[in-house]
Design a protein around this ligand. Structure first.
Ligand code: ATP
Ligand code: MG
Length: 158
């Protein structure tokens, strides 16, 4: 159904903020405008949860996680940045493949199966969006995805 994405995103971040590690700080750059997106809320919640749990998992003590929403004409770009270990350039596209994990030794003690981002990609593509990553080793990672939006909410039942 149709939802105001920024309200939806803020509520989700509010909920995670209550249960996050105390040493990690959240920062938001989310505009006041309304961007209406036609989404399966459970699925986009899962996408955001998968991305944010990685950001948390790979963040150092005292790290900041930054949430942004940017208007790109007909689509919004949502991004989640961390100040964690980063991902080598040669692995950046592979992280969206099933069961792919960078440096198994490093990730092993952090847990996980390598499915989180593959699932996120599948769901974003099903919503007509794209997903990609930028990263600098030792500095941090940003995951971006897009969703098409309308400026006015459409009737759900039409
Ligand atoms: P799962 O999500 O199934 O619990 P996972 O987190 O290992 O396991 P993905 O979420 O698909 O799997 O991520 C794939 C790999 O990409 C991770 O194992 C990790 O190596 C790398 N990765 C993903 N996000 C980050 C991040 N924010 N910082 C550093 N590395 C990351
Ligand atoms: Mg994961």
């Amino acid at each position: 159904g149709w939802v105001n994405f920024n309200d939806f995103f803020n509520h989700l971040i509010d909920r995670l903020e209550m249960s996050k590690k105390e040493t990690i700080t959240f920062k938001r750059y989310i505009p006041k405008e309304s961007f209406f997106v036609d989404i399966d809320e459970d699925k986009i919640t899962q996408v955001l949860y998968n991305i944010i749990s990685n950001a948390t998992k790979y963040s150092p003590e005292g790290g900041q996680i930054t949430f942004r929403v940017k208007d790109e004409e007909k689509s919004i770009i949502i991004s989640i940045s961390d100040e964690g270990v980063g991902i080598p350039k040669s692995n950046l596209e592979k992280i969206f493949e099933r069961f792919y994990r960078v440096d198994k030794a490093r990730s092993r003690n952090l847990g996980g199966t390598g499915l989180g981002l593959a699932i996120a990609k599948e769901m974003i593509v099903a919503h007509g969006g794209k997903i990609w990553a930028k990263s600098v080793e030792g500095k941090g990672t940003t995951i971006y995805f897009t969703l098409p939006y309308e400026l006015e909410q459409e009737d759900d039942w039409s």
